[in-house]
Design a binder for this molecule. Structure first.
Ligand code: ADP
Ligand code: MG
Length: 241
């Protein structure tokens, strides 16, 4: 094989700026008596420093897609590349590692640990990567400052508003300087105004932290400021804008 030496060799994906790439992605859930085609033949590329919104009604496949992009689930067919690495050829241990260092997750219900303070919640991913104590402390404080919660580090989740809890979750998602953040309806439990400020924060962080974001949403706010919007219907992309 000489495909690496020719002048026509395409640059590595990272040089094209694609931090996440899905190719022909399908996911069929086998329910025994029947199957559910949750996602069918989805192609998607996400550039570093950009925000892609995935819209579509409930059941259209948004969560399935995000889970596949983040290595939380495996496709029935197709491929997922994150930072030029093919997730679909990885064993479980390698997938865990990718999730720890390359991907940050933000969920609708925030997903904070109730008994931990805001600062300790932000430190959870740093513990998983065995970051030393002093560095964990410094970084968690800086991240809470970054999301505007410098004075809330000692609060537990129930001592914070919904919007503040989601800010903590954003800080946590950024802890290990991921290449991509996957946000599954992050404004779904927030009022419109709070949701708007959360989306604006994510937008700002994309630039300052050089991260890509894929956001699943019904809300108009993220759709309006996303760099591109794809619409899913019954597991297929039916429009791109
Ligand atoms: P959305 O996030 O857009 O609401 P989902 O990705 O959660 O959509 O679901 C897509 C389809 O796959 C739906 O029909 C849903 O019922 C089905 N589905 C999702 N998760 C599972 C699962 N773990 N097992 C079986 N079917 C599932
Ligand atoms: Mg969903």
């Amino acid at each position: 094989m000489t495909h690496r030496s020719g002048l026509m060799t395409p640059p590595p994906r990272s040089e094209r700026g694609l931090i996440v790439e899905a190719v022909g992605l399908s996911r069929v859930y086998d329910m025994g008596s029947h199957t559910v085609e949750a996602l069918t033949d989805v192609d998607l590329g996400v550039r570093s420093g950009t925000m892609v919104a995935v819209r579509g009604r409930s059941g259209s496949g948004k969560t399935t897609l995000l889970n596949l992009l983040g290595g939380l689930d495996r496709p029935t067919s197709g491929r997922v590349l994150v930072d030029s690495e093919d997730l679909t050829t990885m064993d479980d241990e390698q997938l865990v590692e990718v999730r720890r260092v390359k991907v940050g997750f933000i969920f609708q219900a925030f997903g904070l640990i109730p008994i931990l303070t805001a600062r300790e919640n932000v430190q959870v991913p740093l513990r998983l990567t065995h970051t030393d104590v002093a560095e964990r402390e410094t970084r968690s404080r800086a991240l809470l400052e970054l999301v505007g919660l410098g004075d809330r580090g000692d609060h537990r989740p129930h001592e914070l508003s919904g919007g503040e809890q989601q800010r903590v979750a954003i800080a946590r998602a950024l802890a290990n300087t991921p290449r991509v953040i996957l946000a599954d309806e992050p404004t779904g439990q927030l009022d419109t105004r709070t949701g708007q400020t959360i989306v604006e924060l994510i937008r700002t962080l994309i630039r300052s932290e050089h991260v890509a974001v894929v956001i699943a949403t019904h809300d108009p706010a993220p759709l309006a400021i996303a760099d591109s919007v794809v619409e899913l219907r019954d597991g297929r992309i039916v429009s791109r804008g």
